[in-house]
Design a protein around this ligand. Sequence first.
Ligand code: NAD
Length: 448
Amino acid sequence: MTLAVINPATEQPIAELDEAGVEETDAAVARARAAFPGWRAVSPSDRARLLRRLATLVEEHSEELARIESQNVGKPISGARAEVGMVAEVFHFYAGAIDKHHGETIPVAGGVDLTFREALGVVGLIVPWNFPLNISSWKLGPALACGNTIVLKPAELTPLSALRLAELILDAQIPEGVVNVVVGPGRVVGQRLVEHPDVAKIGFTGSTEVGRGVMQGAAGTIKRVTLELGGKSANVVFADADLERAAAAAPYAVFDNAGQDCCARSRILVERSAYDRFSELLVDATRRVRVGDPREESTEMGPLISAEHRTTVASFVGGNTLFQGETPDGPGYWFPCTLVEATNDDRVAREEVFGPVAALIPFADEEEAIHIANDTPYGLSGSIWTENGARALRVARALETGVLSINSNSSVRPTTPFGGFKQSGFGRELGMHALDGYSEVKNVFVAT
Ligand code: NAD
């Protein structure tokens, strides 16, 4: 079977690849298993040197990688460059983290008690199509740092950057077999990794629906899982906020990556006394979002990933539309920036749209804001806009969500933990926290 890879901005094929099945997946797991003893035995300083070399190679090939990602996902080239920059930073961070992730000595009677952080073995990494290289690096960095070997399964729609990264990994002299990329359907390759007895852990990013199946499948072998799933995050704007700043930033918190972002603040909650003023400012700011050819330096939003996905996104819009922007003519899976007025019970506020559609929802006071923000099965991200510092912290503590920003919409950094509450998943990526998900704690007592 072959797999045609499409550029969503042109609807034209850009590559044709052989599609892997169960046999190829098993072969990749066997290669990773054979490479494990050698990789685990590489000294921490040498492993760090290899990861640092990989980070440098990513920097040296950043323009090439950004172009691959932009073409394959349809994302604006400026955004793709920033993402590749983060990939290099992530590898630099985990190179430096290797010798700082250590065990403890614990006071006990009759001897000495020590803990060690042991590698797990072969880990399966399954990633989605919205940030293919970035999310791969969030898993590869800590998994490699801890001494694991890897089978990486990119999404079928966007495999190209992972394949190029695999070449750079070899160029960095990370030994053959340590990282294996397998391109194939999720329900075949992904599922085989989830069920494979020689895979110790699955690091999964994707939808809550597929994540639920991953968790069930992993139960058969009591596999460790980290699940980074969907979101329906709230951007909570109080009347005492700097409304101009909040409104200017809000469109990019939903329409970045054409809304195909698990952190999208797609529910904009606004205190009723500021609602009219804020809506006006928000419409103005949304009108200014530049939608068009991802190759143009000035483009801020590209197309959606596929025609099928566009049909799903369109199903959320109808009635109560406050504003809808423009899209280019001609080929490409375009969808306009869309603002709708909603209640938190409407489908557009309950389900993850994963497209450029934001729901504006009014609230009466702080208590109601917290109630609405938490009234969702998800809990990934969110923002709070207020000039009242005590309120900002009070609300931040009350929100059931893993990653928050105050007077900002930015929440993803190589050095800080990222992950969800509730049905947005569990386990943390990035920062030192991610290392816990790719190692086991071993406790050793020595009688003295
Ligand atoms: P998806 O769940 O359809 O696919 C994700 C990956 O899982 C793909 O590689 C896919 O091939 C694979 N897969 C599909 N079926 C499988 C199965 N039965 N067994 C194992 N693997 C299988 O998600 P998507 O459409 O690629 O991505 C969008 C979703 O990802 C959204 O819900 C989004 O919120 C979520 N996401 C979450 C985060 C996060 O960090 N929390 C980040 C990005 C995206």
